[in-house]
Design a protein around this ligand. Structure first.
Ligand code: MG
Length: 339
């Protein structure tokens, strides 16, 4: 297989702020894997939260060349294991390779990826639409602009949570999901916030406290009126058994898991442990989002809106109609370049 690596800059419609920081654009590595005249596409939406950078992802991708050069892309499962052995972390790089391999295989078979996975395209869930932290007026404006999305995800975890939620409720009565992004440091503070949010029409709360505080989360869960969903606390399948004692659900993202294959394993494991499953994303182009969307018929909650925040998306693929994810009917992942 021939590997081509390039970078693309995704310009955001609004400055994106969560409890950790702000950005106005994202520059990521994108790949093409070519063999036998078929090209699989991949994206690495890296995240500094997980010690990934444009350079570290590029270096990891370069290191996959010897494995890929002589590989048979149909052996995607074996190849995934070999790529994983090249090093810890850098999950976004592993995800790019995995997405491209799955795209390649489904294209080679001449069917959409969900067909290879044996899934039913009509079972895709509704996706939430995320509102980043901003001035109250801008957040209200974003909510009004999001009129086509029946579910909203509000980023909290700062000093201003009560004022934000009150401003949100002034302009919408939609179901709200809250993501604290590790923002509440103290479990009593977290419980107070969650108890208050339960009266504000909130469905569940994502990552209320910093990662690796499972005793606090278990304490919180015994008292919380709302389900608690792990995000920063879960990356791959090996994290899941310990979380089942503390959380009600997990947020799986292919950029954290290292791709679709590991996300699939995580879904099966989480189900067997009775956990609810959310499928989330980073800020990603339609390439990464559509790849993940092929798994969405398997999950309870989707938050696959990362490409909706971009104004110059280099790809088009899945789209959202009245909140529901619609998978493309083309072969492979089914994305087309727009450049
Ligand atoms: Mg989150």
């Amino acid at each position: 297989m021939n590997l081509k690596i390039s970078t693309k800059t995704l310009e955001l419609k609004h400055t994106w702020t969560i409890s950790r920081g702000s950005s106005t654009s994202k520059t990521y590595n994108f790949i093409e894997l070519e063999a036998e005249g078929v090209t699989g596409l991949g994206e690495a939406a890296h995240n500094v939260r997980y010690d990934e950078s444009l350079e570290s992802i590029h270096d990891f991708l370069e290191n996959t060349r010897p494995v890929l050069a002589s590989a048979n892309p149909m052996e995607y499962f074996e190849l995934g294991l070999e790529i994983a052995k090249l090093g810890e972390g850098q999950q976004a790089a592993k995800a790019a390779i995995d997405i491209a391999l799955m795209d390649w295989n489904a294209k080679k078979l001449g069917v959409p990826l969900y067909r290879v996975l044996g899934l039913r395209a009509g079972k895709t869930p509704l996706t939430s639409y995320s509102i980043g932290i901003d001035t109250l007026e801008v957040m209200q404006q974003k909510i009004i602009e999001a009129r086509d999305y029946p579910l909203l995800k509000i980023k909290l975890g700062g000093e201003n949570d009560e004022a934000i939620m009150q401003a949100v409720r002034e302009v919408t009565n939609k179901t709200i999901r809250v993501d604290a992004n590790e923002g509440w440091r103290d479990r009593n503070e977290a419980l107070e916030k969650i108890t208050w949010l339960a009266q504000m029409g909130v469905e569940f709360v994502e990552q209320p406290m910093p990662a690796n505080r499972l005793e606090d989360i278990a304490w919180l869960r015994q008292r919380s009126p709302l389900p608690l969903v792990a995000d920063e606390d879960v990356k791959t399948a090996k994290d899941i058994p310990a979380l089942a004692q503390a959380y009600d659900g997990i947020n799986i993202k292919i950029m954290k898991s290292g791709g679709l294959q590991e996300a699939w394993r995580m879904i099966l494991l989480a189900r067997s442990l009775g956990l609810k499953i959310m499928l989330g994303c980073m800020v990603e182009s339609a390439l990464g989002i559509t790849a993940a969307a092929h798994l969405s018929p398997l999950v309870d909650w989707a938050d696959l809106d990362g490409n909706l925040l971009i104004k110059n998306d280099p790809y088009q693929g899945s789209y959202v109609s009245e909140g529901k994810i619609i998978l493309p009917n083309a072969t492979g992942i089914g994305v087309q370049p727009t450049f």
